[in-house]
Ligand binder design. Structure first.
Ligand code: NAD
Length: 356
């Protein structure tokens, strides 16, 4: 029985996760799989209950689960706490504990929403990209790092961009394996014309491709060119693989092609577990109003079906149900356009459930 730890978190995290869980149960039933669900607190609600944003028990339960379904954390109530007590620290610590080295960020332009993009419909129509970003190494974690005084007038600040062969290999493998489930193409992004660490990146990706994934199409792009091509011809990309910093930037650029934050799911795949969560935060401005878009969370749950449980059929059922509801003109406030039917969080969930 697959074990899922459900962590709704704070604000709209609670509202959207509730909807996802009801769809998760229905999808399980439809496919003859019974999921074991446990619930835990994380973020502000954990601070209120336990005095810390993430407890040891929650870490243990997450490690023992096959996957974590997370909502969002944070809110104004906890903003002024010490840095180590902030809700977001709990989320970062959970990712660290599960050693989530690959961050998966799909960017899909739904036909029904193509006009919401800042780019022309004919450029973004059909866009279905998966950005695979290395998440636990690279310049955000490299040593030495710091700031030092170099003379009476100046400081010097420095960071280190380093990668080991095995760090590159494991995230590249994830990208190639995902490509095999999609359109079978990987675009690897680097800056090997300037940086030694990126020469190792390109050589390692090329080597593992030759050794294990020669059936997948592979192209290499320098990051500056990739940023341009992503705006010029986004529909040509399938899986985009990048290190931590380039992946951070490229995944936000890809997301922007699609229109709304309420539509963006994500997954963080690790050695000791996987976390599935919407890209958006706890949205305190709309929390409790019943108007949050639950689709990012629902699509995160669909990713869980595909990447943690190999239930590709179930994932496709959920994704198709979302597409049908959008095609019928139903919209939450964040993606509302004139002439469409405005629905709340729960109603959007029920409509998707009905299409399963
Ligand atoms: P946010 O993503 O919560 O909200 C940004 C804007 O988008 C808001 O106007 C919000 O109403 C809207 N929005 C977001 N998700 C939506 C949805 N599903 N449906 C409809 N509208 C939606 O970002 P923020 O306002 O910068 O941060 C709010 C809190 O969330 C902060 O405490 C921040 O630290 C935290 N945060 C948490 C995560 C996470 O848990 N992964 C990510 C980002 C921010």
């Amino acid at each position: 029985m697959p074990r899922i730890l459900v962590i709704p978190g704070d604000g709209i995290g609670i509202e959207v996760t509730e909807v996802s869980v009801s769809i998760l149960k229905a999808v399980g039933e439809k496919n003859g799989v019974e999921f074991t669900l446990e619930r835990e607190l994380l973020g502000g609600c954990a601070i209120d209950e336990h005095g810390v944003p993430l407890t040891k028990e929650t870490i243990e339960k997450a490690k023992q689960s096959d996957a974590v379904l997370l909502g969002a954390v944070g809110g104004p109530k906890w903003e002024n706490l010490d840095h180590h007590l902030k809700p977001e620290r709990g989320l970062l610590e959970l990712r660290k504990q599960l050693d989530t080295y690959a961050n998966l960020r799909p960017a899909i332009v739904y036909g029904a929403l193509a006009d919401a993009s800042t780019l022309k419909r004919e450029v973004v129509e059909g866009v279905d990209i998966m950005v695979v970003r290395e998440l636990t190494s690279g310049i955000y974690f490299g040593h030495p790092r710091g700031t030092e005084r170099i003379n009476d007038l100046e400081n010097k600040a420095f960071n280190t961009l380093n990668y080991t062969t095995s760090e590159i290999e494991r995230v590249a493998k994830t990208a190639f394996e995902i490509a095999r489930k999609r359109k079978n193409k990987v675009t690897s992004i680097d800056k090997s014309n300037v940086l030694e660490s990126m020469v190792l990146w390109r050589d390692t990706v090329t080597e593992i491709h030759k050794r294990e994934f020669s059936d997948v199409a592979l192209e290499h792009l320098y990051v500056d060119n990739a940023a341009m091509q992503l705006i010029r011809r986004p529909a040509d990309f399938d899986v985009m693989l990048a290190g931590n910093m380039f992946g951070d930037i490229i995944s936000d650029e890809a997301a922007q092609l699609t229109g709304s934050l309420g539509m963006l799911p994500s997954a963080s795949i690790g050695n000791k577990g996987a976390i599935y969560e919407p890209v958006h935060g706890s949205a305190p401005d709309i929390a409790g109003k019943g108007i949050a878009n639950p689709i990012a969370s629902i699509l995160s749950m669909a990713m869980m079906m595909r990447y943690s449980f190999d239930m590709d059929g179930a994932a496709a059922q959920v994704e198709e149900a979302v597409t049908k509801v959008l095609d019928k003109g139903c919209r939450t406030s964040d993606i509302y356009e004139e002439g469409k039917t405005r629905v709340g969080t729960e109603e959007m969930g029920s409509l998707i459930l009905n299409e399963l």
